[in-house]
Write a protein that binds this ligand. Structure first.
Ligand code: SF4
Length: 400
């Protein structure tokens, strides 16, 4: 039932003039960083490197208190996501990603938008100082180290983790690793576990090997391979154990709903979880000319994934039409209504925080949609939101 949608084809990356390659501009200017750096395309980007510097999402920077701002219907985020940073940036070229290498000529790495927002750069020591001082009052329920494809990212991920756990009890604020399998060995996975990481995730992103190759492998001159990602995912399964590993999947890059939900089932059968993103055409990416995932498709996949991940339902119990769309979730209407009304299925998915196993700490406010047409709800949807979700699902409101 798998299908390959040619219209979701990334555009070709343009050649990069040598003077812009590998962060040459930032390294040549050698501007000394002065504390927190807010992305600014109009000034010379300072020379910042991990492990001394890390980038964090706008939501995390606001919550940490190093940046001013407010978020629509959210007071804070519960996940402090720390992204490794180098002037050379990520050496991969994933077609949907704002951090990809093909942007070298256009934007310095630390100034690139990623999942729709800016990522301020903050000294690691200052970040840890603030969280350590806040102690039990910290708003963060989890920290996540996001590795990128760079020759130093394995060693620097360990350094960041070690510096964090030296000051902050990982049982108070557990740490997740968003890995970069391409440069990793089984030994690297083991060492992160020994250093106190709690959950290990692999960003498969693509739901099928063909889409993987087209969007983050040979199709866009990027170094990743489906086989290597699965090798590290299976290492993580053994080393981190059940419920402590997972995969990221982006919905709407040309796969069918059946493809995604089959993958979700496979990961659950292995003992892990899937964390989902709705495809959004990231500005400056090689897929910025393509349409965002239709809401009805996204909602069906969100609901199906929640039923498989948290309600013990199986993809084999669901029915799909000739185009791989869910036509029946395979559960009694009353139970389906109850899950829809609870709203949790439509919240951002990710590693858990302190509220409940099925509520993600990582709420990524508006990382996969604008606030005007929310894909992943970074807060508990209210009755009105649920009404909108039902209309998007084309499931009429329940009569009480
Ligand atoms: S490896 Fe990750 S950060 Fe690098 S381009 Fe691909 S998705 Fe973006």
């Amino acid at each position: 039932m798998s299908c390959f949608r040619p219209e979701m084809q990334p555009r070709e990356p343009a050649p990069i003039p040598v003077e812009f390659k590998n962060g040459a501009r930032v390294k040549a200017n050698g501007v000394e960083p002065q504390g927190v750096y807010l992305p600014n395309y109009n000034i010379l980007t300072p020379h910042m490197r991990s492990p001394e510097y890390v980038q964090m999402s706008t939501a995390a920077a606001i919550t940490l208190g190093v940046m001013k701002g407010r978020m629509y219907r959210c007071t804070c985020t519960r996940c402090l996501n720390l992204l490794l940073t180098y002037p050379e940036g990520c050496r991969a070229n994933c077609a949907y990603c704002g951090l990809a290498r093909h942007r070298e000529a256009e934007r310095d790495y630390a100034d690139r938008n990623f999942i729709r927002v800016d990522w301020p750069a903050v000294p690691l020591e200052r970040t840890i100082d603030i969280v350590a001082q806040d102690g039990a009052a910290s708003p963060f329920h989890r920290m996540c180290i996001s590795m990128i494809t760079h020759p130093r990212s394995d060693e620097d991920a360990r350094t960041v983790l070690k510096q964090w756990t030296d000051r902050i009890d990982p049982s108070a604020i557990p740490v997740s690793i968003l890995s970069n399998p391409t440069t990793m060995t089984r030994e690297d996975v083991k060492r992160l576990h020994e250093l106190g990481a709690d959950i290990f995730t692999v960003a498969l992103d693509a739901a099928t090997p063909e889409i993987f190759d087209r969007t983050r492998g040979k199709g866009v001159q990027s170094p990743h391979s489906w086989a290597k990602y699965w090798e590290i995912l299976m290492d993580a399964r053994e080393i981190f154990g059940p419920q402590k590993f997972g995969a990221h999947i982006i919905v709407g890059m040309g796969e069918t709903e059946y493809d995604v939900l089959s993958l979700v089932q496979k990961i659950v059968d292995l003992g892990g979880h899937s964390h989902m993103f709705c495809f959004f055409p990231e500005k400056g990416s090689l897929m910025d000319h393509l349409p965002a995932t239709p809401r009805e498709q996204w909602r069906r996949v969100q609901l199906g994934r929640y039923l498989i991940d948290y309600r013990g339902r199986r993809v084999e119990q669901m029915k799909f039409d000739g185009e791989g769309r869910v036509s029946d979730f395979g559960i009694p209407q009353g139970e389906l209504d109850e899950v829809i009304d609870a709203g949790i299925a439509f919240r951002t998915s990710g590693c858990p925080g302190k509220f409940a196993e099925d509520v993600s700490a990582c709420d990524r406010p508006y990382g996969d949609s604008p606030p005007s047409n929310i894909a992943s709800y970074p807060f508990q949807p209210n009755k009105r939101d649920v009404g909108k979700i039902r209309r998007q699902l084309r499931i009429v409101e329940r009569k009480h």
